[in-house]
Design a protein around this ligand. Structure first.
Ligand code: TYM
Length: 344
């Protein structure tokens, strides 16, 4: 043991992040953002627009800048309250990058090599992927643990990264003999739509990076675009099943009904009790109405906020300062734990 003791981690602190690349999708909304809002009633929450993660793949500076403001506006429009909680873009707090370096020295190459997201994003030519893309999960762990946060609401696709973050926390606590210094992270994978799939292929995740815009619903889409994308969504010739067991080998049917359930605040079983047996033609109209009713007030508010970019920037700067005030003592403690000569 080092013999020194450090203040206990907060009992419950929420952290989550989202990349400012392209437009936000219905997947981001149903899988993550929507679940972030009610957590604000119970916990202290930090929500971060992860621009450092975004540049692990090349981003046009002007597009990155615009997307950062757009994500901030979307989060506020969805109900994130930057006055009572913390909303900021990651690069405003350099403590994330510093802690990520320490974690680069804790995480093992073998752990990182097993990350499915790295394999997907790097594709066949791994030699050409950025080193940043490889150590991406270490930065994610740093985002969370710079605040010693322990609750992280995410979609299903981020679960493996959070398991890796827990391995990093464990190894750090063990190697430097500071049991419990970094808390165990609890992934919060909430709601019916934890993995929203592409509208063109029910076996692929809905993603902002899919080359086809018809594969996703963006939070910036107009009512007409939403209706058109749903009308053209891939389906099969059978009517909808009346029970979830009937989704077997019908990924598109499962996806559309799951989206409908999430948008109308029902379980999938209740949604099927309502729409089971319908043909896709009628169901798609109902789904489009539900999507438009749910999303258009958000899009409207987002556009209103985007008319005042200076106000959005000021909100992010304030969030960055509040975030830094929380992480500064943690980083000082970590330097101390590591044995650095430091001044606090
Ligand atoms: P990102 O920007 O890809 O996605 C943001 C959030 O949206 C969820 N999500 C989905 N959920 C359901 N269905 C989908 N099709 C779908 N697509 C995206 C993601 O699971 C995520 O919760 N690495 C993270 C960002 C990050 C982070 C963090 C998250 C950086 N640091 C620390 C949590 C904690 C990412 O790229 O998310």
């Amino acid at each position: 043991m080092t013999g020194k003791s450090y203040p206990a981690a907060p009992t419950a602190r929420v952290f989550s992040g989202i990349q400012p690349t392209g437009h936000l999708t219905l997947g981001n909304y149903l899988g993550a953002i929507r679940n972030w809002v009610p957590l604000q009633r119970e916990f202290e929450c930090l929500y971060c627009i992860v621009d450092l993660h975004a540049i692990t793949m090349f981003q046009e500076p002007a597009a990155l800048h615009a997307a950062t403001r757009q994500v901030a506006a979307a989060l506020i429009a969805c109900g994130i309250d930057p006055t009572r909680h913390i909303l900021f873009n990651q690069s405003l707090n350099p403590d994330h990058a510093e802690l990520a370096w320490y974690f680069n020295c804790v995480a093992r190459m073998g752990w990182l090599s097993r990350m499915t997201q790295f394999k997907e994003k790097a594709g066949k030519d791994r030699e050409r992927a950025s080193a940043g893309l490889f150590v991406y999960p270490n930065l994610m762990a740093a985002d969370i643990l710079a605040y010693r946060a322990n609750r992280v609401p995410v979609g299903e696709d981020q679960k493996q990264h959070l398991e890796l973050a827990n391995s990093i926390a464990d190894k750090f606590n063990h190697d430097w003999e500071v049991p419990g210094y970094f808390p165990e992270i609890d992934p919060l994978i909430l709601g019916e739509a934890t993995r929203v799939m592409s509208l063109r292929d029910g076996t692929k995740k809905m993603s902002k990076s899919d080359p086809s815009d018809m594969s996703r619903i963006n939070l910036t889409d107009t009512a007409d675009q939403i209706a058109q994308k749903i009308r053209k969504a891939k389906t099969d010739p059978e009517p909808l099943p009346t029970e979830a067991a009937g989704f077997e080998n019908r990924p598109e049917a499962r996806n559309l009904v799951t989206i409908y359930a999430a948008l109308t605040d029902k379980s999938v079983a209740d949604a099927l009790a309502e729409v089971g047996g319908q043909g896709f033609g009628d169901f798609k109209k109902q789904l489009a109405d539900a999507a438009v009713a749910h999303l258009s007030p958000i899009t409207e508010e987002m556009n209103r906020l985007l008319a005042d970019p200076a106000e959005i920037d000021a909100t992010l700067f304030k969030g960055g300062e509040k975030a830094r005030a929380l992480s500064r003592p943690v980083l000082a403690q970590v330097r101390d734990i590591l044995g650095f000569v430091h001044s606090g």
